[in-house]
Write a protein that binds this ligand. Structure first.
Ligand code: BES
Ligand code: ZN
Ligand code: ZN
Length: 481
């Protein structure tokens, strides 16, 4: 896809469709402005978010069509991102070749570019007769736009799409080894240091918790470390992004019912999110030290699988009774978090499709946010708010740890009932962060779109990548202490 910034009078732009957010003031020339005004007066066009009206041969414009985009009352980064992606998808569906998206000024060019790239996402192709045709050209027309903001938008959009592509790839084509290979090639291409630990290396590190999940699968586990260490980093904070990468979650011997297992290829979305975020951070050249750890395993039942009741020892020495082999994500993250702490993390953020309970509590609207550091949590929440990714904090009282204490062991990986499942899971994780400021993102309800949106097909949403990148770009200086 050829996407470019363009400068010049809108009326003279020759294209198949000119997308125009309705919150823009008059600027298309008298004839077209009047045409829009009378449509608005008739009440046919109201300008609500995601409303799309296509006018053919608009008056006074060289463009063949005018695509009027509803964005609500204000043109902000959230609306522009969604509108741009919707315009791209609408143009593609109609087999247009060229699209231009106009903005009143350059301020929102990053959001528009991210939105265009997001809207152009192509899912992995498995259909024998694939009829989708990408657009040949997308122009973003924004007076005074900064080309650095445009470039940043493209990088971030591509990184979100990398995350989505990994999540949408079926597990027969993406096991731990294949994922690690992708992380290595994408990481190196972005300028990151990459280290891939295999089973033997994990055994040497004493990662008994992570390894217990991998035991049932013929596909061996991997722990990938990616590091972005700019020489001129501001401050001396070292953030670790840790991702749950269960490339398929059958539940293990505590087997999931068929309906619940259907979508479990997306149980590696946390790892894909963190990989997308760190490749963007590196490609943007952000002056912050950031590393990433991806815990990659396949959770299968077999004669060699961990049994309910088995007691395993995690890398930090704690013993865990595996009550339920389907509560495997926390077992993987436990060792990945310990490893991050040992490698000198000053701050930790993990992302994981950890609990079904988070979608009971928050649906597909909010990411469940838990942790031990109010300022890190509020930084993430406030950053997400600016771009329309929502985080909702859940409580972390110590009482929630009670069900996770073992009889024979230090911990158990599941309580006796399902109450507050998202919180008890986070309290379990907290036992492995050693008081390091830490935020946990439970994305089980938000990483996958069960229904398509105007700017995205159903499937991976890529949620949290854009927030994480911005959170690092605007990393508060006090966090560096
Ligand atoms: N991968 C699942 C969580 C999940 C459920 C993600 C539904 C997306 C949709 C996780 O490994 C899991 O199975 N968690 C259990 C934990 C329970 C056994 C304590 C759950 O949430 O039911
Ligand atoms: Zn599970
Ligand atoms: Zn899982």
């Amino acid at each position: 896809m050829n996407i470019r910034l363009h400068d010049g009078p809108l009326a003279e732009l020759e294209t198949d469709a000119l997308a125009w957010p309705l919150a823009n003031g008059p600027a298309l020339g008298q004839a077209a402005d009047q045409q829009i005004e009378s449509l608005r007066e008739s009440g046919e066009v109201r300008g609500k978010p995601s409303e799309l009206t296509l006018l053919h041969e608009p008056k006074g414009l060289q463009s063949r069509r005018l695509m009027l985009m509803g964005v609500g009352d204000s043109l902000d980064a959230t609306q522009v991102f969604r509108m741009a992606g919707q315009a791209v998808r609408a143009a593609q569906e109609r087999r247009f070749k060229r699209l231009a998206i106009a903005l009143p000024d350059g301020d929102l060019v990053r959001a528009a570019t991210e939105g265009c790239v997001y809207g152009s996402y192509e899912q992995p192709k498995y259909k024998s007769d694939d009829s989708s045709v990408p657009l040949e050209e997308i122009l973003i027309v924004a007076p005074g736009a900064d080309s650095a903001a445009f470039d940043a938008g493209r990088i971030v959009g591509e990184s979100v799409n990398l995350t989505r592509r990994l999540v949408d790839t079926p597990a027969n084509d993406l096991g731990p080894v294949e994922f690690a290979g992708m992380a290595e090639s994408m990481g190196k291409a972005a300028g990151l240091e990459v280290e891939v630990l295999d089973e033997a290396a994990l055994e040497a590190l004493g990662a008994g918790s992570l390894l217990s999940v991998a035991k049932g699968s013929v596909r061996p586990p991997r722990l990938v470390r990616l590091a972005w260490n700019p020489g001129d980093a501001a401050g001396d904070s070292h953030l670790f992004l840790v991702g749950k990468g269960v490339t398929f979650d059958t539940g293990g011997l505590s087997l999931k019912p068929a309906k619940s297992m259907e979508k479990m290829k997306y149980d590696m979305a946390g790892a894909a999110t963190m990989l997308g975020a760190i490749t963007a951070i590196a490609r943007l050249g952000i002056k912050q030290r950031v590393s990433c750890l991806l815990g990659l395993v396949e959770n299968m039942p077999s004669g060699s699988a961990t049994r309910p009741g088995d007691i395993v020892q995690a890398m930090n020495g704690k013993t865990i009774e595996v009550i339920n082999t389907d509560a495997e994500g926390r077992l993987v993250l436990a060792d990945a978090l310990t490893h991050a702490v040992r490698l000198g993390a000053t701050h930790l953020i993990d992302a994981a499709t950890l609990t079904g309970a988070v979608s009971v509590a928050l649906g597909a609207v909010n990411i469940g946010l838990l942790g031990n550091d109010a300022s890190l949590s509020s930084h993430l929440t406030a950053t997400g708010q600016t771009i329309g990714e929502h985080f909702w904090s859940l409580p972390m009282n110590d009482e929630y740890l009670e069900p996770m204490k073992g009889d024979l062991s230090d911990l158990r990986n599941a309580g006796t009932d399902r109450k507050a499942g998202t919180i008890t899971a986070a309290k379990f994780l907290e036992q492995f962060v050693d008081n390091t400021p830490w935020a946990h993102l439970d994305i089980a309800g938000t990483a996958n779109l069960d229904k398509g949106l105007p700017n995205a097909p159903k499937g991976a949403s890529g949620i949290a990548v854009r927030t994480l990148v911005r959170a690092v770009e605007t990393w508060p200086s006090e966090a560096a202490k």
